[in-house]
Design a protein around this ligand. Structure first.
Ligand SMILES: [Fe+2]
Ligand SMILES: [Fe+2]
Length: 190
């Protein structure tokens, strides 16, 4: 990451629109910052840290879903297994989107497995039986929903690209939670 004073003041304009010459001149400064320009007004270090925490959460969820996919047994196992596998793939996809955005912001995605569970919001719970697995996944999805919503509120409109990525992920976590809530509601037997 280059050393530049954050958020240099822009020329004041009544409508907030910078004139063409200033835009051109600013774009040439700190060109090594790539997509991050002087009008980026969020706390970049803080956003990268939040995205890395979310990345750790996604990977713990990927691992938990794979564990459940391979361990699922019982009458309903086939249908539920398919759900676990699909979620594992989708959480992996979320992790990819987060890692990509971290790099765009000039940070480094932290994939260190030694610290994954300590940094994750959600837990790695193995679950005792199929129903317990579903319950644990519902809990983890609810944790993810809350943490994504908080991140979105924190970032607000200061980084609309990150916000949009987080909103897309949040919508999918809500679908995940809803699917498990439906499963638990209609559960027959142990
Ligand atoms: Fe996810
Ligand atoms: Fe999810």
């Amino acid at each position: 990451m280059s050393k530049k004073p954050a958020n240099q003041p822009h020329p004041a304009k009544p409508n907030g629109i910078t004139d063409r010459e200033t835009l051109r001149e600013r774009a040439r400064r700190n060109i090594e910052d790539g997509a991050i320009t002087e009008s980026y007004s969020a706390d970049r270090e803080e956003v990268i840290k939040l995205l890395n925490d979310a990345l750790a959460t996604e990977y713990v969820c990927v691992l938990r879903y794979y564990r459940h996919y391979y361990m699922a047994k019982g009458m309903l196992a086939d249908a539920v297994k398919a759900e676990f596998l699909e979620h594992a793939h989708q959480e992996q996809d979320h992790a990819g989107k987060l890692a990509e955005r971290i790099v765009q912001l000039g940070g480094e995605p932290d994939f260190n497995p030694d610290t994954l569970t300590a940094r994750s919001h959600a837990e790695y719970k193995e679950g005792s039986d199929l129903r317990d697995m579903v319950r644990e996944n519902l809990v983890a999805e609810r944790i993810a929903i809350d943490s994504y919503r908080e991140m979105i509120n924190f970032i607000g409109d200061r980084d609309t690209t990150t916000k949009r990525i987080l909103e897309d992920i949040l919508a999918q976590e809500e679908e995940h939670a809803d699917e498990f809530a439906d499963l638990l509601e209609g559960w027959i037997g142990e």
